[in-house]
Design a protein around this ligand. Sequence first.
Ligand code: ATP
Length: 235
Amino acid sequence: MEQNKPLVVCSGLTKNYGSFTALKNLDLNLERGRFIGLLGPNGSGKTTTIKLLNGLLQPTSGMITVDGAQPGRYTHSIVSYLPDRAYLSDWMKITDVIDFFSDFYRDFDRVKAIEMFKTLRISPLDRLKTLSKGTKEKVQLILTMSRRAQLYVLDEPIAGVDPAARDYILNTILANYSEDASVLLSTHLIADIERVLDEVVFLKDGEMVLHESVDTIREEHGKSVDMLFREVFAC
Ligand SMILES: Nc1ncnc2c1ncn2[C@@H]1O[C@H](COP(=O)(O)OP(=O)(O)OP(=O)(O)O)[C@@H](O)[C@H]1O
């Protein structure tokens, strides 16, 4: 771990899908110990950025590193990633997914995961296919947050869950990452997550239009992040 260097470095990061540019020349450093909101309207490039970070897509040009390494085996061992859609097989029981994560990730804290399932009254014997959409999302989030990772990358983690559960989930996220780890979270539900954010990145049509600390937004713009977002992205 290179403590003094930024955790994530994007330099001239660009992704084209055919002739369409989804991400343009992104220069962005993310530090350790920060809770970062990756915010932007539909189609602004959030998932593309997250997939590049996880090595699911290759940059067209430019580069991205996490703890000094390009996405690959090492970064997978330090980045805990929650995709924007279900990825676990429906036939699995909660006990199966816990075993799966224990086998797959050395940093997976089984005891912590079991404790969180208990708090949310999700039985270890439940099969995923019998759970509601929101409960499945909670299951995936618990698994993701039960790793002792350096970076948690959460793509729309709260969209499908009710407002009361959102609070539990945010508190779970806050309580479960260590001081020198960071969280990068994409969402449209800015008002719901604003209280936990340290800084925000606004993407618009594949370009970064703002990277600012939430304190600065409040002090210099005299606005909440939600208000600023509505202004910047007014239709
Ligand atoms: N595989 C693909 N082929 C072609 N175009 C794509 C592909 N994936 C994404 N795009 C386009 O790239 C742009 C950025 O998509 P991306 O999924 O990164 O946006 P997003 O900000 O995550 O959106 P949302 O908030 O709706 O999830 C969109 O215009 C999308 O249609």
